[in-house]
Design a protein around this ligand. Structure first.
Ligand SMILES: [Zn+2]
Length: 212
């Protein structure tokens, strides 16, 4: 089959998985492809197994290599499933189980919410297996800015800032300023501080920044 040329090797334990998100792979995605011409792609043409959702997101990526495509797919999944991902920001599994939503109009939500969160988190955080073509490992171009926090791997810290700012209605400029002072390793602390200053005036915020 011509269209399956350059199909990467798939480890046994990944044999039914999408390379981008680990969901069942119904199809495949090839990069580079004819709809987006790349003149300086460092790797040979590669075909990876892919689910329908990731295939369509990947096809829109205007980038130079397969790992950058992966980043774009993750950004797409983060945006599409931000409500599901927010469940883990707002509740723990126990809190949700004891939330008292049974029987009311939120009972369906209570039943499925944690599962939806785990699925979305797993898909966004999944890291595709090493690419091997005809027995040769394709060396990863590690320009990746991936940022891990609370069990979720974000394409970069920007997406984490966006996700938390949106969910908690935080001042994202203030959050960035705090992070610049205390460092991304203290992301959780930066978010907590920001939440304390939700209703604060610009003056109060600059004073808080000075005191750090
Ligand atoms: Zn997928």
């Amino acid at each position: 089959m011509v269209e399956n040329d350059n199909f990467i090797e798939v480890p046994f334990e990944n044999r039914h998985q999408c390379w981008f998100c680990a969901e069942p792979a119904a199809g495949h995605f090839t990069f580079p492809h004819q709809n987006h011409l790349v003149f300086n792609c460092q790797h040979p043409t590669l075909t990876v197994p892919s689910c329908a959702e990731c295939t369509s997101a990947a096809a829109k990526a205007k980038v130079r290599n397969i790992w950058q495509v992966e980043q774009q797919v993750k950004k797409f999944l983060l945006r599409k499933y931000k409500k599901d991902l927010a469940i883990g920001l707002n509740w723990t599994q126990e809190e949700l189980a004891n939330s008292g939503f049974e029987g009311g109009s939120f009972s369906g939500f209570q039943k499925s919410a944690w599962f939806m969160y785990e699925v979305a988190k797993g898909r966004v955080s999944f890291c595709g297996w090493t690419l091997v073509l005809d027995g040769i490992e394709i060396e990863k171009d590690d320009g990746s800015d991936s940022f891990q926090f609370d069990g979720v791997a974000y394409p970069s810290i920007e997406e984490a800032i966006e996700h938390y700012s949106e969910n908690f209605r935080l001042d994202c400029v203030f959050l960035r300023q705090i992070l610049a002072k205390i460092g991304p390793a203290k992301f959780g602390q930066a978010v907590r501080v920001c939440r304390l200053y939700i209703g604060a005036t610009p003056d109060e915020k600059s004073r808080a920044l000075r005191d750090f």
